[in-house]
Design a protein around this ligand. Structure first.
Ligand SMILES: [Zn+2]
Length: 600
């Protein structure tokens, strides 16, 4: 039997104390009746994030993010309402019925990958068939502790090792295929393993769930010449190579302590850094740093350090880093290692100190680019200086002009630094930036990227807003409200959606409250708005019946005003004298109200 959705939502909410849940992600300290901490949603320097146990909500005084335990998880873990509810239900030990879990298919896939990761790991640690893999990892100087910590495994070279295991454990082959572990044979029936003779690196999401694998072929594999050295899980609903940050689940706690995350290139760099006691290190999956990476990293730290080998840094990496620095709200710095050494080699050959020193002396991405260019143009006088100016400003000019204050601050900072470094006036640098911008504006230039749908509709009329505040605070009034104010009278689109949801719930015989509405409002911004309105409604000192009556009166007078305006409009366009007289009479008698009632 299916549990009622609203009942389930309410149960889960009651079982999930907001202070305990948020406290699991963000360190919170008691402050009077509330708890405070650093806001995970913006670049917070002092604790602006308030969690209120009484009202079971949170609010950031700096960035305005607000909501309840569900919206917090939705925004923090980037999941849907249904998934957030499932995560909390699991935490609270509340059983979910089939159709109410987060996407069953996804859960099945995660389970299949988890199963395979365990098998691969057991194989590496225990089975004779993995002897070569163990020897290889030993040669790479990885300790057993590191190997266990990151769950490394081994996929044997026979073509059907995993397939056979799956047969024995009744793992569905089609699910294993979907997650990229096996493929159907092309000639006869059956399946074959996609990862063969490879050391397996489980790739996890930030909460530590395995979502894919990277496989490194053993150097003495018989097919080494025909196969790629590294092979990743193909793109799937679970795994998107350009979004993944390797090692984030292991690094996030350490990062909170030191205030930054260092980004390297390979799995073994991450493993070795942890092994040498530098745990605030993660890797991208061989793709350049992008906005989605930064958004994930910014949940944990304000400062990101890109670690470059001194050679590699010259190949466009620094330009891209500078672009990210200008575009994103992040303090991005560059650490360069001695030429020809990746972090793994450096750590193994010289220990932790040189690597730690490189991280400590990381240079802000802009200064790094300026220094690099100035070094190149050192002997070229004024012309060289202009080339430096143009090269750096060209990158800045390529970034769309963001409308927010932070983007503007970032640009001011950049111009100030450039002017200072090159000994030019800031005005001169602004002028040049303006010139480069206008020469870039092509007819098909893309508009500034916005990550959120625009919510810049006109503000709601006070009586509309209060109507929703009241109904969310007092669901028992919805039945009366339904008669007084039809949905169409709500002009504000967001509020109309909420009102429509409440009325529909009432019509369907369900309790018209916010818990029931949540599954229908799967837009976190709207849900968080609704929570805010509910809070205002609940904390209002007004008598709810009086308030209801006042708002009904406000809607009525609005209605009258509208129909009077309509009559006046009709009057100015009326061509027939008698009709005009009649309209005037009605306008004077104030019949507008009853007319509109008849019409509505
Ligand atoms: Zn905030």
């Amino acid at each position: 039997m299916t549990k009622d959705r609203a009942v389930l939502t309410r149960q889960v909410k009651e079982a999930s104390d907001i202070v305990a849940v948020i406290g699991g992600f963000v360190p919170l300290k008691p402050a009077g009746m509330r708890y405070v901490g650093l806001c995970p949603f913006h670049n917070d320097h002092r604790p602006s994030f308030n969690v209120d146990p009484k009202w079971q909500n949170y609010r950031c005084w700096a960035c305005g993010k607000t909501g309840d335990v569900f919206t917090f998880l939705q925004e923090y873990e980037k999941v849907s309402f249904i998934e957030a509810r499932a995560m909390l239900a699991q935490r609270a030990g509340i059983a979910l019925d089939g159709d109410q879990g987060p996407n069953q298919e996804r859960m099945q896939q995660l389970e299949a990958i988890r199963w395979a990761a365990e098998l691969y790991q057991n194989c590496l640690l225990e089975l004779p068939i993995a002897e070569r893999a163990r020897r290889y990892l030993g040669e790479r100087k990885l300790t057993g502790e590191t190997i266990r910590k990151f769950g490394l495994g081994f996929a044997p070279g026979t073509w059907d090792w995993l397939v056979q295991q799956a047969g024995r454990s009744n793992q569905p082959f089609d699910v294993l295929e979907k997650v990229g572990l096996i493929s159907p044979r092309s000639v006869d029936a059956g399946w074959y393993d996609r990862f063969r003779d490879r050391v397996m690196f489980p790739i996890k999401d930030s909460s530590g769930r395995v979502i894919g694998f990277g496989g490194r072929i053993l150097p003495d594999a018989p097919n080494i010449d025909r196969e790629p050295k590294y092979y990743n899980t193909p793109e799937s609903p679970l795994f998107s190579k350009s979004d993944v940050i390797y090692g984030l689940d292991q690094a996030r706690a350490a990062a909170a302590g030191v205030g930054y995350l260092a980004v390297v290139e390979g799995y073994t760099d991450v493993l070795m850094a942890h092994q040498f006691g530098v745990p605030q290190v993660v890797a991208t999956m061989g793709t350049a740093m992008n906005a989605r990476h930064i958004q994930q990293l910014r949940r944990y730290v304000q400062r990101v350090i890109l670690v470059f080998d001194a050679d590699a840094g010259g190949k466009g990496g620094v330009d891209r880093a500078l672009e990210v620095f200008v575009r994103e709200n992040v303090d991005l710095a560059i650490a360069s290692l001695p030429a020809g050494l990746d972090p793994c080699d450096l750590l193994v050959q010289q220990g932790a100190e040189p690597f730690k020193r490189a991280l400590e002396s990381a240079v802000n991405a802009l200064d790094f680019k300026l220094n690099q260019m100035l070094e190149l143009e050192r002997v070229n006088g004024i012309q060289g200086q202009m080339r430096v100016l143009n090269a750096v400003l060209a990158i800045v000019a390529a970034v769309p002009e963001g409308a927010n204050a932070e983007a503007q601050q970032k640009r001011e900072l950049v111009v100030n630094r450039i002017a200072h470094q090159l000994g030019l006036s800031e005005r001169r640098v602004w002028e040049r930036l303006g010139e480069l911008r206008s020469s870039r504006r092509e007819p098909d230039s893309r508009p500034a990227e916005t990550s959120q749908p625009s919510t810049s509709s006109a503000p709601a009329l006070p009586h509309e807003r209060e109507w929703i505040e009241l109904l969310l605070a007092e669901p028992s009034l919805v039945s009366k409200a339904r008669v007084e104010v039809p949905v169409d009278e709500m002009q504000h689109p967001g509020l109309r959606k909420i009102l429509d949801g409440l009325y529909s719930l009432y019509d369907a015989g369900e309790t018209p409250d916010l818990d029931a509405l949540r599954t229908r409002l799967d837009h976190p911004a709207l849900a968080s708005k609704a929570l805010e309105l509910q809070h205002t409604g609940r904390t209002s000192p007004a008598d709810r019946n009086d308030w209801f009556a006042q708002l009904c009166a406000a809607f009525r007078s609005r209605r009258e005003q509208n129909s009077r305006e309509k009559l006046r409009g009709d009057l100015t366009t009326a061509t027939d004298h008698d009709a005009a007289i009649e309209l005037l009479r009605r306008l004077r008698d104030g019949q507008a109200d009853s007319d509109s009632k008849r019409a509505g």
